[in-house]
Design a protein around this ligand. Structure first.
Ligand code: GLA
Length: 425
C-alpha cells in the first residue's frame, strides 16, 4: 500500500470528489480507498495477440482510478467524473442478472459490471461499494482506457473486499494474468469486440521504464528495458473514431482463423509426414517459409492478412533483440514497416492515421511511427529524439488540419508502473 503522496494525480482528484458525489457518511462502514490501473501503448505486435503471437506493450503514466468506500448492502453505485453521470446495479443474483443490468447501464458502467460479473463467476467474495471514477487516459483514443477501467475495477473490488480477495503474483486469490484474462472476457461482453489479451495484460503487468514481451499463447511474459532519456514516446491522436472498428476487428479475426484452417489442411495434404502440421492452431504456427510455399492456396485477402501477421510477429522478436542490447534507437524501421503492413495488407488504417505517419516520416529525428491498437482511427505512436519533439509538433500543427480539416492532439508518455491500491483515510 502506498502513502498518499505517491498516488497518481487522478486518484487524488477522485478522492477529493468522493464526498461531493456521495455525501452521506452514514452509508459506510469503512475508510476511503483508491485503486488505479494504467493505459498502454503497444510498441509493436499489432493484431498478433488473437493469433497466439507476440506483443510488446508499455504501460503508460496515464491511469483510470476509483476512489470509494465499501457498503454493507449489495448495491454498487458509481459516479463517472468524465461522463458526469451516476450508475448503479446490485450484486445480488450475479452472474444470472448480468444481462438485465447491462441493458439499463450506460456504456462505461458496463465494463465495471462485466468485470464484477467475471469475478463472481470465478467464485470471488465481493463487497458492494460506492466510487468515483476519474482518469487521464484519453477515452476511446487508442491507449486502452477501457482496459484501464477494467483492471482498476478488479483492483477496487480487491481493496473493498476486506482482504477476502487479493491480486498479485504470489499467494494471492488471483494472479495478475488471471485478472487480465478475466478483464478481457469482460471487455468482449461489454463491447461486443472479440479482442485479444494485449490491452488488459499490458495494464496488469506494467513496470516503470520497461516494456513487456508477452507470448499470447503461453501467456508467459518478461520485461525489457525501455529507458532512453533522449527518446520520447509521442502519442498523436487523429481524433477520429469509427463505428466500423468493431465489426472490422471481428472480421479480421475470422479471416485469420480461416487462413489458419486453409494452411492446416494444405500443409497436411502436401506434407503427410509433417507431424507438427497437425497441431497448427493459429497463424503463429506458420513460418515465413511455409507462407511463401503455400500462399497461392489462399484467396488474396486472406493471403495479405496472413502475410502481415507472420511478418509482424517476426518484427516483435527483432524489436526484442534490439531492446535487449539497449538499442531503442534502432527499432524505428520496424515501426514504419509495421504501419505499412497494417495499412496495405491488414487494411485497418485510415487516411488520418496514414497522414500522421507520413508527416512524422518527413521530420528528421523521428525514429519511427505507426498506428496504434485496433485501427480505423485513434492514435499513432512515435519514437522521437527529444531534439525533434518540437519539429514534429509543428509539422503536425501545420499539415494535419490542412490535410484533414481536423486538429490532432499530442501527448508525451513515459513507461510507468502497473495497477495499485491504497487507503486514503
Ligand atoms: C485492440 C484489442 C487488442 C489488440 C489490438 C490490436 O486494442 O483490444 O486485443 O488486438 O486492438 O493489436
Amino acid at each position: 500500500m502506498k502513502d498518499r503522496k505517491s498516488f497518481p494525480q487522478p486518484a487524488k482528484q477522485a478522492a477529493q470528489e468522493f464526498p461531493i458525489a456521495f455525501p452521506n457518511e452514514a452509508d459506510y462502514t469503512t475508510a476511503l480507498g483508491v485503486a488505479w490501473a494504467p493505459g498502454r501503448v503497444n510498441l509493436i505486435g499489432e493484431h498478433t495477440d488473437y493469433n497466439d503471437g507476440f506483443v510488446l506493450p508499455i504501460a503508460v503514466d496515464r491511469v483510470t482510478s476509483f476512489a470509494g468506500r465499501a457498503r454493507s448492502d449489495d448495491i454498487v453505485r458509481l459516479w463517472s467524473s468524465h461522463f458526469q453521470e451516476y450508475a448503479q446495479f446490485s450484486l445480488e443474483g450475479l452472474p444470472g442478472t448480468f444481462e438485465q443490468h447491462r441493458a439499463t447501464l450506460p456504456g462505461w458502467a458496463r465494463y465495471v459490471l462485466g468485470v464484477i460479473t467475471e469475478l463472481v463467476k470465478v467464485g470471488v467474495k465481493l463487497n458492494a461499494f460506492d466510487a468515483v471514477l476519474l482518469g487521464d487516459v484519453p477515452v476511446g483514443g487508442g491507449m486502452s482506457s477501457s482496459a484501464a477501467l477494467e483492471v482498476a475495477t478488479a483492483q477496487a473490488c480487491a481493496l473493498f473486499s476486506d482482504g477476502r480477495f487479493t491480486i498479485g503474483d504470489e499467494q494471492t486469490t488471483l494472479k495478475s494474468m488471471e485478472v487480465a484474462a478475466l478483464c478481457q472476457r469482460a471487455e468482449q461482453v461489454a463491447s461486443g469486440v472479440q479482442c485479444g489479451i494485449l490491452d488488459q495484460a499490458a495494464s496488469c503487468l506494467g513496470r516503470p521504464e520497461q516494456a513487456t514481451l508477452l507470448d499470447c499463447r503461453s501467456l508467459e511474459y518478461r520485461y525489457l528495458p525501455f529507458n532512453a532519456p533522449d527518446i520520447a514516446l509521442m502519442v498523436i491522436d487523429t481524433t477520429v473514431r469509427r463505428e466500423l472498428a468493431s465489426s472490422a476487428y471481428n472480421e479480421r479475426r475470422k479471416q485469420c482463423e480461416e487462413a489458419t484452417r486453409i494452411f492446416h489442411d494444405v500443409i497436411i495434404q502436401h506434407e503427410p509426414e509433417n507431424e507438427a502440421a497437425r497441431s497448427i492452431r493459429a497463424l503463429r504456427d506458420i513460418s515465413q517459409e511455409q507462407l511463401n510455399r503455400y500462399e497461392s492456396y489462399l484467396p488474396d485477402v486472406l493471403r495479405r492478412r496472413a502475410a502481415y501477421i507472420i511478418a509482424e510477429d517476426d518484427r516483435v522478436l527483432q524489436a526484442v533483440k534490439l531492446l535487449e542490447t539497449g538499442a531503442i534507437d534502432k527499432i524505428g524501421p520496424l515501426l514504419w514497416a509495421s504501419h505499412a503492413g497494417l495499412r496495405d495488407e491488414y487494411e485497418v488504417s485510415c487516411p488520418e492515421l496514414d497522414i500522421l505517419v507520413e508527416i512524422a516520416h518527413q521530420v528528421s529525428g523521428v525514429l519511427g511511427a505507426r498506428m496504434l491498437g485496433g485501427g480505423f482511427g485513434g492514435c499513432t505512436i512515435n519514437l522521437v529524439h527529444n531534439d525533434s519533439i518540437e519539429a514534429l509538433r509543428q509539422a503536425v500543427d501545420e499539415q494535419y488540419p490542412a490535410r484533414t480539416g481536423l486538429n490532432a492532439s499530442i501527448d508525451i508518455c513515459r513507461a510507468a508502473g502497473g495497477p495499485g491500491i491504497a487507503w486514503v483515510s
